[in-house]
Design a protein around this ligand. Structure first.
Ligand code: PRX
Length: 636
């Protein structure tokens, strides 16, 4: 990145201008200078947002694991690549060097091969935050298999629908996981999921909790005996830049999760380059992102981005509250963490506790603080800045999405002056636009609209697995010629962007992206439920909480509503996972609908947030009388 050194705001603007005036020249120089390619590209970029089709570095061949591992071995074989901090602070941390990472990934790659996994096959990974998760992800990349990591907090039903969607024949899991004081029997969840996914032929089981989980003859195998036997050399498969690297599912506004497909070449270039600049990672630093690898943040900024830079990346198995609310800060002190990247929901939860927890640890190693996943409110921003950063570590409020692969809008630390709640300026090469309701771009500053991106960046998801039509409809139809993010945003007087939240039926709860439709589908499966609608309401820690309106098939005076609420949450936990549980449930006789039958969520949202001053004209509804009835039930 010699051409584009960003030392101050002026050099940022200069580099930004160059990056958008001549994107191909810009990205070609980044790709050439920083990575190992087996074969160069014929063409830097071809794109068409109408089709849509986007190709970066076409014709090039590479293997991302050679960039993340092999090329560091000559200079950094004894440097820690992954610093594993277990759930239990009494258990020693593991310093996994680049040499050890290479050995483990190669062995795992050979195990996958021996189980019949070939290039292009999908491998479902349902593992807790233990080193085997990193090894398996990278092993897939080594042999060109497409990994689909499913967050290990998802239920059996959510797991099996993700396995089936991409037709995975193999699942890599663990006997169980430790999360705080709890132990979770993961393998039992897999066994249940596989009743609905009979095509799965092989299950590999890492032992973490040693619970002696039963193995199904012929299908299930413990991992360790296989890796012990495997060779630690596995040739890295030559991948086309546009070959899929992985699938990662994200919620949409309709029922089925969307399997976002990311490419090998563009994804590598973009995650590595953003990591280096946005965290200002210097050799020797210890970087820690607290996300789970089950989410995009973990893929891009625990594994691929940091490892492509030869960084030391910390991987934490546990939770911020165990054994006490000082755990994050104890880890920062213990490992002298320099860059710390977390979510606003965690910040808010920790800010609620005594500052003694923060002050008990030496946080002087910190140089950069990151935030991701949802808008960070002003109070949380200040707490983070003052209590954690002691006002000397810039906060990078990074805006991006599963679909974008990497960070698109963020300050550059020590360069971009920060403003609380603003993600500030686009990263190099990123061209945001705010759109009005008629799909016209809104120019100038001090404006607000729907956030779109006008030009492709290297790590944009290329399709939805098995459903290119849905990809087009979801992202490229509302604002023709642009990628639509689903978020609303404002641009202030100096051109800084502030993300105001989703403008579609996706609700972000504790940083998790939840579609209303799958939750409603789960509730509607309850025997006693006729229909339901979910809206988000502000919550002091989770950002949003879920508020459910439920119509029962029969509601008698003696119906046990408390029991039903619990039973609905039990069903949601079973179908999706505990993250999607409702905080508030009201039982109503009907839902406000338009004449075409569409639920008027805007009205339901206003009632749920007790903001009924401007409900708009409800007289054109199919059932206008229902609004007053619901208001009475909610008490507004
Ligand atoms: O609404 C935005 C919010 O999270 C959504 C993307 O969620 P997901 O695909 O799960 O990826 C999360 C991690 C990258 C976005 O559409 N979001 C993410 N970061 C921010 C944010 N909202 C405001 N500020 C952010 N920094």
């Amino acid at each position: 990145m010699n051409h584009y050194q960003i030392q101050d705001l002026e050099s940022y603007f200069k580099a930004y201008r160059a990056s958008v005036d001549h994107p191909e020249v810009f990205w070609e120089s980044i790709a050439k200078e920083n990575f190992l390619w087996k074969k160069p590209w014929n063409n830097v970029l071809s794109w068409d947002f109408e089709k849509p089709e986007i190709r970066w570095f076409d014709g090039a061949e590479l293997n991302i694991t050679e960039n993340c591992i092999d090329r560091h071995l000559s200079t950094k074989s004894e440097q820690t690549a992954i610093l594993f901090e277990p759930n239990n602070p009494a258990e020693p941390a593991q310093h996994i060097t680049y040499a050890q990472l290479s050995e483990e990934v190669n062995k795992m790659a050979n195990v996958l091969k021996s189980q019949g996994v070939n290039k292009g096959d999908r491998v479902c990974i349902y593992l807790p935050m233990i080193p085997e998760l990193a090894y398996t992800v990278l092993a897939c990349a080594r042999i060109g298999a497409i990994h689909s990591v499913v967050f290990a907090g998802f239920s059996a039903s959510a797991l099996s629908s993700r396995i089936n969607d991409c037709d995975a024949k193999i699942v890599v899991t663990a006997d169980g996981s430790f999360r705080g004081a709890k132990t979770i029997d993961l393998k039992a969840i897999v066994d249940k999921a596989l009743k609905e996914s009979p095509q799965v032929e092989t299950v590999l089981v890492a032992e973490r909790i040693h619970n002696g989980t039963p193995l199904k003859e012929g299908r299930d195998h413990y991992l360790k005996p296989l890796t012990d036997e495997a060779s630690s050399h596995c040739e890295a498969e030559s991948m086309q830049a546009e070959d899929p690297l992985f699938i990662l599912y994200t919620s949409g506004s309709t029922g089925k999760p969307k399997g976002m497909v990311h490419s090998c070449g563009g994804y590598m270039v973009y995650t590595a380059y953003t990591f280096k600049n946005i965290f200002q990672y210097q050799q020797g630093d210890v970087y820690w992102c607290t996300a789970d690898i089950g989410w995009i943040t973990g893929h891009s900024y625990i594994l691929y981005g940091p490892l492509a830079n030869g960084a030391t990346t910390l991987m934490f198995e546990g939770v911020p509250s165990y054994p006490d609310f000082g755990r994050f800060w104890q880890i920062v002190e213990k490992h002298k963490v320099n860059q710390f990247y977390t979510a606003p929901t965690a910040i808010r939860a920790l800010a609620k506790e005594s500052t003694d927890h923060v002050n008990a640890s030496d946080l002087s190693s910190l140089k950069v603080l990151g935030s991701v996943g949802e808008p960070i409110n002003e109070e949380a921003w200040h707490w983070y800045n003052e209590q954690v950063g002691k006002k000397k570590s810039p906060i990078v409020d990074t805006w991006w999405q599963t679909e974008t692969g990497g960070i698109l809008i963020s300050p550059i630390p020590y360069v971009t002056p920060t403003t609380p709640t603003y993600a500030t300026l686009p990263f190099l090469g990123v061209q945001p636009a705010l759109m009005d309701a008629d799909s016209n771009e809104i120019s100038g500053n001090s404006v607000e609209g729907s956030l779109c991106i006008k030009f492709p960046w290297p790590s944009i998801a290329r399709t939805i697995w098995g459903d290119h039509k849905r990809y087009k409809e979801t992202y490229f139809t509302a604002f023709p010629g642009c990628y639509f993010t689903g978020d609303g945003a404002s641009r202030n007087e100096v051109g800084y962007y502030r993300i105001t939240g989703r403008v579609d039926d996706v609700i972000i709860v504790s940083g998790h992206n939840l579609g209303t439709a799958p939750i409603e589908d789960a509730i509607n499966e309850h025997d006693e439920v006729a229909e339901s609608a979910i809206v988000g309401v502000p919550h002091s820690i989770k950002g949003n909480a879920l508020f459910g309106y439920v119509i029962l098939k029969n509601q008698e005076d003696n119906t046990d509503l408390d029991f039903l609420q619990k039973d609905i949450n039990r069903l949601i936990t079973e179908k999706i996972g505990p993250i999607a549980k409702l905080d508030i449930v009201v039982f109503v006789p009907g839902l406000p609908k338009t004449r075409s039958g569409k639920i008027m969520r805007r009205i339901l949202r206003k009632i749920a947030t007790k903001d009924v001053s401007n409900l708009g004209d409800t007289s054109t509804l199919l059932n206008p009388e229902i609004v007053a009835q619901i208001r009475t039930i909610v008490g507004v």
